[in-house]
Design a protein around this ligand. Structure first.
Ligand SMILES: *[C@@H]1O[C@H](CO)[C@@H](O)[C@H](O)[C@H]1NC(C)=O
Ligand SMILES: *[C@@H]1O[C@H](CO)[C@@H](O)[C@H](O)[C@H]1NC(C)=O
Ligand SMILES: *[C@@H]1O[C@H](CO)[C@@H](O)[C@H](O)[C@H]1NC(C)=O
Ligand SMILES: *[C@@H]1O[C@H](CO)[C@@H](O)[C@H](O)[C@H]1NC(C)=O
Ligand SMILES: *[C@@H]1O[C@H](CO)[C@@H](O)[C@H](O)[C@H]1NC(C)=O
Length: 456
């Protein structure tokens, strides 16, 4: 009797428990009889559709977990002026809806159904950096499984604000952020999670983007954080998208032509300074370079000062310098051949020092083409104070001795003048070489600096 009572008690308890459990399970289970014969019965899902205005949870103090994943399929444009990156991505959202549940065995083995999204509750995930109207197509579908997992995929053209640094253009790398967060639900009602490992997202996106467009996807990283707005916290997942520009187009269109022009400019120093072609040649180069700059203006970013602008300015100033140098040397040559000014003693000794001994011995007989007789006079003739002292008796002697002597004096004067001219010419050549070396030195250092800056 006792045993029976106990047994009865236990049976009753079990029955109640079973009924309770069964009941709670049954309330939301969709009766799908006939799905395999007549198709899905909309009435069976009506209870679910009616609840779409509310967050699908049984206990409202439990937050909904929404898992996020995306595939970056293209980087369409990076606008340095507006600081915008336009990309294309497929966003996947996965969450659990406890009101959708059926037994696949009773439903002709159907375990997955697609349902039009306008009938379902959707999480309001958006991207913080988004700077455009959402152009997501309407009328998309979502997949629901017999366990209530809902998967919603949508394509998005994302125009996101991004802090772009174009200093290293065209060898620049950018680090743009995409922060996914809920528009309304605080952390008490919605938590975000990752559907896939971020490395996997990165790998898939890299494979997709690989051979497309101007930008290469380097890496995607991710951090989770809670964003505080007023007193509430919002769950947020931030993805860092690191991209690098393909510089090939810019190297071909900007750096190579500019490099060629500056190389030709440097080579034009080998045109003899007394030739009339040097200045016009350099002028043409300068004009050509200006035209090139005007044409290439469109390719350059509009804001900021990238290093490449500095490089262009440098090339331009080198060309201007080389033109000015040519003008100066031409002027100097003209001046000294028409009316050579007396040469200061220090300059003369400097010339003697600087020109190599071989050159000095070679030039001396050439210049004094009247013969060896003139060479002893040349040296004192150039040292002005001595020249004056030595020259004073010269004309007197010539007057006394008559014509032959005076012509000889004139010849000597002429020779001395010619020698002075030749020295000045030599000086001009030296100046030319010196300035050319300075030019080369400046060019080499500045271009190396820029290349070093670019490669870091
Ligand atoms: C499911 O619905 C059919 C008719 O639509 C009904 O005959 C059947 O009893 C229902 N099953 C359950 C478990 O409620
Ligand atoms: C709802 O969830 C909260 C927190 O998990 C729990 O304390 C509470 O008992 C739950 N309510 C019901 C009716 O299960
Ligand atoms: C979301 O991801 C977490 C792990 O990150 C997992 O435990 C959870 O079941 C996922 N939720 C859904 C709805 O897939
Ligand atoms: C991503 O790709 C790299 C090599 O490209 C590989 O080593 C790594 O295992 C991949 N990671 C995932 C999660 O697929
Ligand atoms: C992008 O910037 C964030 C923070 O500024 C940093 O944590 C992340 O490592 C950067 N990513 C790359 C690839 O440099």
């Amino acid at each position: 009797m006792e045993r029976g009572w106990l047994h009865g008690e236990g049976f009753l308890f079990c029955l109640i428990l079973h009924l309770l459990l069964q009941g709670s399970a049954d309330i939301f289970t969709i009766n799908c009889s006939g799905f395999d014969q007549h198709g899905v019965d909309p009435a069976a899902f009506q209870a679910v559709f009616d609840r779409k205005a509310f967050r699908p949870v049984i206990n409202y103090s439990i937050p909904t977990q929404v898992n996020i994943s995306f595939t970056l399929s293209a980087i369409l444009e990076v606008d340095a002026q507006l600081q915008l990156m336009t990309s294309f991505l497929w966003l996947n959202l996965i969450w659990y809806n406890p009101f959708i549940r059926w037994n696949p065995k009773e439903c002709g083995g159907i375990s997955k159904l697609s349902i039009a999204t306008e009938n379902l509750w959707l999480p309001d995930i958006f991207i913080n950096e988004f700077m455009d109207v959402d152009q997501t197509p309407t009328g998309l579908m979502a997949y629901v499984t017999s366990e209530g997992h809902t998967r919603y995929d949508k394509p998005m053209k994302v125009t996101s604000i991004c802090n772009l640094d174009i200093f290293y253009f065209p060898f620049d790398e950018q680090n743009c952020t995409l922060s996914f967060t809920s528009f309304l639900y605080t952390v008490e009602t919605m938590v975000l999670g990752l559907e896939k490992d971020v490395q996997e997202i990165s790998n898939i996106s890299q494979n997709l983007i690989q051979n497309k467009g101007e930008w290469i996807l380097l890496d995607i990283r991710q951090t989770m954080m809670k964003m505080a707005v007023d007193d509430s916290y919002y769950d947020q997942i931030t993805f860092y998208v690191a991209i690098r520009r393909r510089p090939f187009l810019y190297v071909i269109n900007l750096l190579v032509p500019s490099g060629f022009l500056i190389a030709i400019d440097a080579l034009s120093f080998f045109l003899p300074p007394e030739s009339e072609n040097r200045a016009p040649f350099k002028m043409t180069l300068l004009l050509g370079y200006n035209v090139f700059l005007l044409m290439m203006n469109d390719l350059l970013p509009d804001t900021g000062t990238p290093l490449i602008s500095v490089y262009f300015a440098l090339c331009l100033s080198l060309m201007v310098f080389s033109l000015l140098e040519t003008v100066f040397i031409t002027y100097l040559l003209h001046l000294v051949t028409i009316q050579p000014p007396p040469m200061p003693r220090w300059l003369y000794s400097l010339l003697l020092h600087c020109t190599s001994p071989r050159e000095r011995y070679l030039t001396a007989p050439q210049k004094g083409n009247k013969g060896l007789r003139l060479t002893p006079i040349q040296l004192p003739g150039l040292k002005e104070p001595m020249e004056l002292v030595g020259k004073v008796p010269g004309p007197q002697e010539a007057e006394l001795n008559g014509c032959p002597e005076s012509t000889r004096g004139q010849q000597e004067d002429e020779a001395q003048k010619q020698h002075l001219v030749s020295l000045w010419v030599q000086f001009s050549y030296m100046m030319d070489t010196l300035l050319f070396r300075l030019y080369l030195l400046f060019m080499a250092t500045s271009i190396t600096t820029i290349i070093v800056l670019w490669s870091t």
